[in-house]
Design a protein around this ligand. Structure first.
Ligand code: ADP
Ligand code: ZN
Length: 610
């Protein structure tokens, strides 16, 4: 692209970035994506959540003549995005079903008079009832380009197909002079091809970014004492924003009230709540009235809060694609954030049953489940695992931001021996019990179930009594993931032997590739290490001052009726608390402070800084 872009245009993009957003540089592929728009070439841009897609079309909208139209299915996000733009001094507006007819009229008049650089519209507005007349009108409004956000929704191969997106195919014919640009966070090659053909893109520039999110710290924990595990995580994030995903509404409600009772500002979110309460709780989270939202996966599409510092899954999602997307809501501001997957093998079983009931348990669905199961039980760098899963190579040896690389896991000596004890115990209880029971027998814990079956008399009773229950539970999961054991697909799944397991029982040398790991013991008692990113992100930052600046931001947000991140991102506040600027000029050089915001809000922050 650079070959035919003149440097003057490049400089104008850089100026816009600095002046309106206060950013001094481009994120990876942003420049290329913007240049495609300025050159009027159709494009498909795949960048991970938090990769900075919005800026890819917002900045060119300021440089290219005419009106930029943004199609986005996330109605709840439009207002925030437009408010943010206006706060930065960019004339923008949106049209969707939430506007009154007066508001609609104001916007359409503004568009007609060329007062806006960007117009956000919902797909319904474009292709629903009255869509044709609307498009005809819009096509006379000097539209320079159309950006289609969340473009994977157009493909039935994507994970969030929306039939109404299909009709966007009409755009190409109706806006022959506008270039079309598709943006998404997840798209395999097949989905990209589908997007290109559905939108009738003309020789699109394809830009596919890296899927790695270096600022996210990944941890995986076998689920044993969930509340204790959550307490440990929350203890690392006092007063910070976070999401806890659960797989059932019941668990959402239970955890949310338990958290509130323990003094955490938390609320539930799931499809069983009525619309009013749901959107009230969502707003409370966005406005930082609460810190933690406990939710089913219904929560998320359209969450723009950029300072989410942790995302916990209290139960595994059904694929790594889902995990990537949901955990990706953490740390969109580029600062450190923690993603913890707390899982048990039963989660995958639940998914299989559910998919089967809905007639959706295809081979590919099974494979997706096995892939995330393998991620959960694997022993190795999580960043590497995720990046290679999404078809990229990971260059680093030590990511500095996962439980494995931080030394929280250790390989267990004598893995073959342990594996044989576990497998033998499964055989002894007759392959008729679930993981919890097998683990009790191995650890020598007597309970009602064990004694009534006389399993305390088995030769395998207490064979692993020196290991913690959670450790042994982890071994069972890992042996399943490595194919030495399996869990049946029944409603009450039991652990059974596989051919490999039987072979290993007979012959200890049949253990090709077997490895077991556990959480390193000391880690459980002391505070875990911080990731490299976290250490860097706090370097030289006065924490008390940072909290003071957060309070100033909150006051401004309240008085203007916008979420705090619309005022300034955490990145900017931390930079202020690091550099302690004392004058308006000095403040302008802070990352994320554009000219407009310095003028508008600078004084409040300077007062706090002095
Ligand atoms: P996406 O839509 O790809 O998930 P966003 O557009 O919401 O990501 O951007 C994520 C965050 O990164 C936002 O807070 C945005 O302001 C910030 N950002 C985007 N581009 C840059 C940049 N070049 N420099 C610094 N911050 C950026
Ligand atoms: Zn790692």
């Amino acid at each position: 692209m650079n070959a035919f872009m003149d440097t003057a245009v490049d400089a104008r993009l850089g100026d816009a970035l600095q002046r309106y957003w206060g950013y001094g540089s481009f994120r990876p592929l942003q420049r290329e994506a913007m240049e495609a728009i300025l050159a009027g070439r159709d494009s498909i841009v795949v960048l991970p959540t938090g990769g900075g897609k919005s800026l890819c079309f917002q900045a060119p909208a300021l440089v290219r003549e005419g009106l930029a139209v943004v199609v986005s299915p996330l109605i709840s996000l439009m207002k925030d995005q437009v408010d943010t733009l206006i706060g930065n001094g960019v004339p923008a507006a949106f049209l969707n079903s939430t506007l009154s007819s007066d508001q609609r009229r104001t916007v359409t008049e503004g568009v007609r008079d060329g007062r806006f650089r960007l117009l956000y519209v919902s797909p319904e507005r474009l292709v629903g009832e009255g869509g044709e007349a609307f498009r005809a009108w819009l096509s006379r409004c000097n539209v320079s380009f159309i950006a289609v956000d969340e473009a994977h929704c157009i493909s039935q191969w994507g994970h969030d197909f929306r039939p109404e997106y299909r009709q966007l195919a009409a755009l190409r014919g109706q806006f022959p002079n506008a270039s079309l640009h598709a943006f998404t966070a997840t798209a395999t090659a097949r989905v990209r091809r589908d997007i290109a053909s559905q939108l009738a893109l003309h020789q699109p520039v394809e830009l596919v970014g890296s899927f790695d999110r270096p600022n996210l710290l990944y941890r995986v924990l076998p689920r044993n004492a969930l509340k204790k595990q959550l307490q440990a995580i929350l203890g690392r994030h006092k007063g910070e924003g976070g999401i806890i995903y659960c797989t059932s509404r019941r668990e959402v409600d239970a955890l949310a009230s338990w958290l509130s009772d323990s003094g955490v500002r938390a609320l539930p979110y799931h499809a069983g709540l009525d619309d009013r309460e749901r959107s009230k709780n969502q707003d409370a989270f966005l406005d930082e009235d609460i810190d933690v939202i406990v939710a089913t996966v219904a929560f998320g599409m359209g969450i723009d809060r950029s300072d989410v510092r942790f995302v916990v899954h209290a139960g595994a999602p059904q694929s790594l694609e889902h995990y990537q997307q949901e955990s990706g809501r953490a740390g969109r501001d580029g600062l450190e954030a923690e993603c913890v997957l707390i899982y048990s093998t039963a989660d995958f079983m639940k998914w299989r049953l559910m998919l089967e009931r809905n007639g959706e348990l295809t081979d590919s669905a099974r494979k997706l489940l096995r892939d995330i199961e393998r991620y959960a039980a694997s022993v190795g760098c999580r960043h590497r695992h995720l990046v290679s899963y999404f078809g990229d190579t990971y260059e680093r040896d030590d990511c500095g931001a996962c439980d494995f690389c931080l030394g929280e896991l250790e390989s267990v000596a004598g893995a073959v021996d342990i594996a044989r004890k576990v497998i033998s115990c499964v055989a002894r209880v007759g392959q008729r019990f679930g993981a919890a029971h097998v683990v009790n027998v191995l650890c020598g814990s007597t309970n009602e179930q064990v004694s009534s079956r006389r399993h305390h008399e088995l030769s395998t009773f207490g064979l692993l009594k020196d290991s913690a229950v959670s450790e042994v539970r982890g071994y069972v999961e890992q042996l399943i993931a490595q194919g030495f054991l399996r869990q049946t697909d029944d409603q009450f799944p039991v652990i059974a032997l596989t051919t490999e397991g039987v072979a290993l029982l007979k012959d200890a040398s049949a253990a090709a590739g077997l490895a077991l790991s556990r959480q390193r013991r000391v880690v459980r008692e002391r505070e875990p290490r911080r990731s490299r990113v976290e250490a860097e992100a706090w370097e030289g930052v006065d924490r008390d001052l940072f909290e003071k600046l957060r309070a100033v931001r909150m006051q401004i947000a309240r008085s203007r009726g916008v979420p705090p991140y619309v005022v300034f991102h955490d990145t900017t506040l931390r930079e202020m608390a690091r550099l302690r600027p004392q004058t308006l000029d000095a403040l302008r050089t802070v990352y994320g402070v554009g000219a407009r915001k310095a003028e508008d809000l600078g004084q409040y922050f300077l007062d706090a800084l002095r």
